[in-house]
Design a protein around this ligand. Sequence first.
Ligand SMILES: Nc1ncnc2c1ncn2[C@@H]1O[C@H](COP(=O)(O)OP(=O)(O)OP(=O)(O)O)[C@@H](O)[C@H]1O
Length: 211
Amino acid sequence: MKLKVRNLSKTIKGNIVLNHISLEMESGHIYGLQGKNGCGKTMLMRAICGLILCQEGQIEIDGKIMGKDMTFPDNVGALIENPSFLPNCSGMDNLELLAAIRKKVSKEEIRGTLEKVGLNPDDPKKYRKYSLGMKQRLGIACAIMEKPELVILDEPFNALDISGVELIREMIFRLKEEGALVILACHDREELENLSDHIFVMNGGRIIEEI
Ligand SMILES: Nc1ncnc2c1ncn2[C@@H]1O[C@H](COP(=O)(O)OP(=O)(O)OP(=O)(O)O)[C@@H](O)[C@H]1O
């Protein structure tokens, strides 16, 4: 997969939140987005997922232009802010319901994904009773369960304990090894630098540096 962002700009109520962003990314790599609160990392991720439209510029994935040749990328899994799940269903039931939309993965595969993020697929606990870390793990499982080629993870380590951080770090490396294109934002600079092959440093909606 080749992802090209060209001259992308977005203004919300007079505020420039993305300012002439251009970048290229390809499969088999982890790309980190670094920058202060409010610098535009989440907005950029949302734009790449097709969740927001931008006034200027273009996002092209494998030669297809977003908003023209496609509404959303074909094969994307994303964890952006707090995903919504049904409060009165278990984690497994929530994922099964979502998987029924595209019918890409079997029940067994969903169980495997839950185990990968350290959740027990047989746990009957309802989502509303989940701890923050369990919610985070379920959000990550949801993002990766259909084995997307493009994985977007905004602060995946939030609320995770040390073993959770280690598990998810390994999982992200494995996604890359399996050929995914991973885009990651994480406030822990060391963690981000350790995981990423390439880092885009953002400030005020712009990319100010590439590492
Ligand atoms: N729904 C919204 N309406 C208006 N402005 C918004 C909205 N969401 C975000 N913004 C603005 O867009 C800018 C970029 O926000 P964004 O969430 O992308 O930052 P971020 O880099 O992800 O920050 P953080 O590190 O805090 O997650 C900020 O100035 C923010 O105030």
